[in-house]
Ligand binder design. Sequence first.
Ligand SMILES: Cc1cc2nc3c(=O)[nH]c(=O)nc-3n(C[C@H](O)[C@H](O)[C@H](O)COP(=O)(O)OP(=O)(O)OC[C@H]3O[C@@H](n4cnc5c(N)ncnc54)[C@H](O)[C@@H]3O)c2cc1C
Length: 552
Amino acid sequence: MTKPAILVIDDDPHVRSAVTDDLRAIYARDYRIVVTDSGASGLAAVAELQRRGDDIALFLVDERMPEMTGTQFLLQARELVPDAKKVLLTAYADTDAAIRSINEVGLDHYLLKPWYPPEDSLYPVLDDLLEDWHASRPAAFDGIRIVGARWSAATHDVKDFLARNLVPYRFLDVERDADARRLLAARGEAEPILPLVFFSDGSVLSQPNAHELAGRIGLRSRASAPFYDLVIVGAGPAGLAGAVYGASEGLRVAVLEMQATGGQAGTSSRIENYLGFPNGISGTDLTRRATAQAARLGAEILSPVEVATLRVEGGGRTVVLSDGAELGCHTVLVASGMKVRHLGVPGYERLHGAGVFYGATLAEAASYKGERVIVVGGANSAGQAAMMFSRFAAEVLLLVRGPSIHHRMSRYLVDQVEATAVIRVLTSTQVQGVGGDEHLERVELRHGDGTTSTVEATGLFVFVGAVPHTDFLTGVVAVNPHGFVLTGPDITGDGSRPPGWPLQRDPYLLECSVPGIFAAGDVRHGAVRRVASAVGQGAIAISLVHQHLATA
Ligand SMILES: Cc1cc2nc3c(=O)[nH]c(=O)nc-3n(C[C@H](O)[C@H](O)[C@H](O)COP(=O)(O)OP(=O)(O)OC[C@H]3O[C@@H](n4cnc5c(N)ncnc54)[C@H](O)[C@@H]3O)c2cc1C
């Protein structure tokens, strides 16, 4: 297979030769470095590469060129190669143009000239972007193949588990795909139990559960030690931030995750408001980066592993897992976040997993090409899901219970939703029931004026409020009436310490009603439900863990 290309365009021969030398020194082994001197010759090079069927991974383009600027080139090039990463080379004087280009062409990065030393200013940026590019490529032909029925909940669970753990796969619909039938025929089973998951080494799993899949994709679910300084429950943004700071500051850290690292943020199509990513970052990319960072710094990440309860014995804390295994530790960080609330309407339970879902991943969105999808909810998560489905579906109905989408959705997202032709917003509207034989076929709606209507749809994705993941804390630490965890000032607001509190000090800012158990992120009472807040609290919790360990 030919190497993917990095296309460099610069009209200045000195800059062109310097950047080409720097790129060849590092990337020539894995990429073809293609160099041209103008936007027009760059477009010709793109056409030639496409004619040969070669991939283009990245454009590195000077902004200030005669006839066609870098931004103008990228505007045309992204129509031809939407997936390639886009980097502008700019001088200080062109920074404004580069920032405008972020919105105009979805620029991934701009590099200020000169970029010396390249080890600091050039390679780390390009390494990250090339890694993202590879991660978003469709599965190689010899990757994992899932043969299953589109509307089966078991098939959905397998696809969802792989997608959320960032493992690419090819889905072959047993009813529509000739390759699926060939694979089944080759196995010769009269009544195969679907889904079947085919691995590149020739082995096959029939209707595997999360643990069987985890073992095959290299996840680790057994702790390497019986005791840790810190056990973190949940690997969303708060838990991963705690892992990064804890491990980098010398603590022995285990992170326990029951589904997939990334938490809710991992399911976000594009997080636009996280500092340092001017073009936004997908939940998948943020998760991959944060998980790799935590592991590199020495945190042990175990998944899928569900925490069933915590035991408190004097100064010792024991985390009990759902399979009965136990981990001892000095401190616990509860970063277990929350999940979407169910819609209790007729037909809902029966069709859950067969067209009716809580939340959604990009992999799921792609299978609704040309169909009608309904997204329920008025906050950012629903808006993002509607945008994600708008790339594939023929029509997206966004159902909002209130009179407007402006109340709970960020302005930038409202603008995107309103500017997207395939999204239709229905305000003052609720789901009254769902129907269909084997999978979702229709949704009954109730409108604000009391009238009802029925629409045909193959997908219903629900984003309506949340309940905290705190069952495992029942009777262990204080929670509010909705189950969200109370910490620091929530507990000592009236000047008294929690019942049974054994220390001479008050609970720290993020400490629960039991010393040495901390909480961060969406699981906390009154949390600001944002990635940045969760990350910030995960980091703060570590400094409180140190303070506790120093005095305990
Ligand atoms: C679709 C969507 C889009 C969003 N977009 C944005 C955005 O653009 N910008 C923004 O700032 N915020 C966004 N948010 C909100 C943001 O994702 C959350 O605020 C953030 O993820 C909270 O992080 P957390 O670590 O506290 O919890 P979570 O992300 O909820 O992670 C908690 C983790 O703990 C695990 N867990 C729970 N219980 C257990 C247990 N007993 N044992 C083991 N593991 C357990 C869960 O499986 C989960 O992975 C979005 C949310 C959603 C759902």
